[in-house]
Design a protein around this ligand. Structure first.
Ligand code: FAD
Ligand code: FES
Length: 298
């Protein structure tokens, strides 16, 4: 287990704390195939499980080979410190995720994490709305569990193009006030995009947490900015965004994301998704420029 202590944690917008990350040998304890190309994989990695916070991610190296050469980033979908277990909700789309899909209990990998900045958990209980699209559902079981433990009222609005891409309802943590499901083709839940039917669920929200395609996140940011909220104003929005990642800890500079000029005072106009994100306040991002970036994440 190799700590990453000593790396800089100074930053104008705020950066992840690399001193908490470890590189741990992990053993697969279970793999649950889900519909379509989706699966949930569980690893025994006690130190990572103890440290992982909702919205943070791990860089996973499939140990049996050097293909793919680089580790792949995946959000913690669950972290159970007492059991020493972390889980990931993954779509098999390329070499790395397809290799993980072929894992069996007993197979080994290396997990570097937790990395990145996670979601801000509230000091006092209130009402949270989680909004996700497609694989953007991945960090929300862990976030939902941690919010519920704090007495928060949690509503989850989750959407996908079609039923086979929708996070399975039976894996949603118990105790949610409401689970609202959307599919664009109407194959499960309500027909349409999450952002189209979202406003009623946002009523009375103290905070909104979102993860999904950039188009969805930008539409959500616009919706919140343009809507007339009652006394108390617009709820706080935090979004988890994705960028192609090499290292995951600020060295390769491959995960640039556009920030609003002046965000964070004298802040930079380009940030690193792996250090300043992946979770950021919606108001810090330059949405126009973000939408011009190529996106491969559905
Ligand atoms: C912070 C962060 C957290 C992430 N969390 C998760 C997570 O929890 N679960 C998850 O499944 N993914 C997650 N991803 C995305 C995941 O890291 C990428 O999909 C990764 O590239 C998969 O590696 P691969 O080797 O399988 O595919 P690659 O070889 O990297 O990609 C193969 C091909 O598939 C395309 N592709 C890659 N990802 C997708 C996608 N999602 N949908 C459609 N096409 C795609 C690529 O453009 C490429 O053409 C996360 C990414 C980041 C940055
Ligand atoms: S992934 Fe290397 S700097 Fe962010």
């Amino acid at each position: 287990m190799t700590p990453l202590a000593g790396a800089s944690t100074q930053g104008l917008v705020g950066e992840s704390d690399l001193s908490r990350a470890v590189d741990e040998a992990a053993e697969c304890t279970a793999l649950q195939p889900l519909q379509g190309n989706l699966f949930e994989i569980r690893f025994r990695a006690p130190e990572v499980a103890r440290r992982a916070q909702p919205g943070q991610f791990a860089q996973i190296w499939v140990e049996q080979s050097h293909i793919p050469l680089l580790r792949r980033p995946f959000s913690f979908s669950r972290a159970q410190p007492r059991e020493g277990v972390v889980s990931f909700y993954i779509g098999a789309v390329g070499e790395g995720s397809r290799r993980l899909r072929r894992f069996s209990p007993g197979d080994s990998a290396r997990i570097l994490g937790p990395l990145g900045r996670g979601f801000t958990l509230p000091d006092r209980p209130g009402r949270s709305v989680l909004v996700s699209g497609g694989l953007g559902a991945a960090p929300f079981p862990l976030l939902g569990e941690r919010l519920l433990e704090r007495g928060e009222q949690v509503v989850w609005v989750n959407g996908a193009r079609t039923q086979s891409e929708l996070y399975p309802g039976e894996l949603v943590p118990n105790g949610m006030a409401e689970l609202v499901q959307f599919t664009e083709d109407g194959s499960q839940g309500r027909r349409g995009r999450v952002t189209a039917g979202l406003l009623p669920s946002l009523k009375g929200a103290d905070r909104i947490y979102a993860c999904g395609p950039n188009q969805m996140l930008a539409a959500l940011f616009a919706l919140i900015s343009e809507s007339a909220f009652e006394e108390g104003g617009a709820p706080q929005l935090e979004v988890s965004i994705e960028a192609p990642m090499g290292c995951g800890f600020g060295t390769c500079l491959g995960c640039a994301i556009p920030l609003r000029p002046g965000a964070g005072g004298e802040g930079p106009v380009v940030g690193l998704c792996c250090r300043q994100g992946p979770v950021l306040r919606g108001s810090l991002l330059d949405w126009e420029r973000l939408l011009q970036q190529p996106e491969h994440l559905g």
